[in-house]
Design a protein around this ligand. Sequence first.
Ligand SMILES: N[C@@H](CCC(=O)N[C@@H](CS)C(=O)NCC(=O)O)C(=O)O
Length: 205
Amino acid sequence: MKITLFGTPESVYTRIARLILEAKKRPYGFVLADVFEDRVPADYAVRHPFRRIPSIEIDGINLYETDAIAHYLEAVCPLPAMLPDDPLEAARMRQIMRVIDAYGYRALVWNVYVPQWWRGGTPPEPEALAAGLQVLQALDALMTPVFRASPPTLGWCYLAAVLAVADSVAPGAGLIDQVPLMRSWWNGIRECPLMIATRSDESLY
Ligand SMILES: N[C@@H](CCC(=O)N[C@@H](CS)C(=O)NCC(=O)O)C(=O)O
């Protein structure tokens, strides 16, 4: 199977795809597609009509949207299984992924991490901190005992990639501190081999 991933090492969604590929021990090529710096392959609009990252090519098939990439990889590279068998566990995990897509990525990455890191240390707005905390609390409520104890699942990869970024700036770390069970889960996995293997050289996460 020939796999090529397009993205940047610092991107949260690109890292989710990398975490899954690494967990499944699938070798893959990596092509820089830096949509933020306008350094993308000439054909990137064909790979991703909305010019986001990542996109992936698997044996000539082009896919974009991380949820679709994750589930396709799970189907074509089934080992190790990264979807729970139990229907309710699978639904809770899927809720975590959807909450991150719909609410968490913007609240935690763009509204807490980006002002602090990219915009010269501007503290996030109080409303942004409140919204970030609300997302973390909602995610914490979806983390079942099985999820907290399990090896990496698709939802694990989503949550780990987002928490890594949030925890890399003081305001985000302060939010995670306010959700003690999540803090303890995150501290237990943040230095695991999978996280280290997918850490960008240039970022702090
Ligand atoms: N729904 C997309 C979201 C991907 C996404 O937003 N990626 C970010 C980088 S982590 C991006 O491309 N941002 C560029 C932009 O917002 O213009 C997915 O699940 O793949």
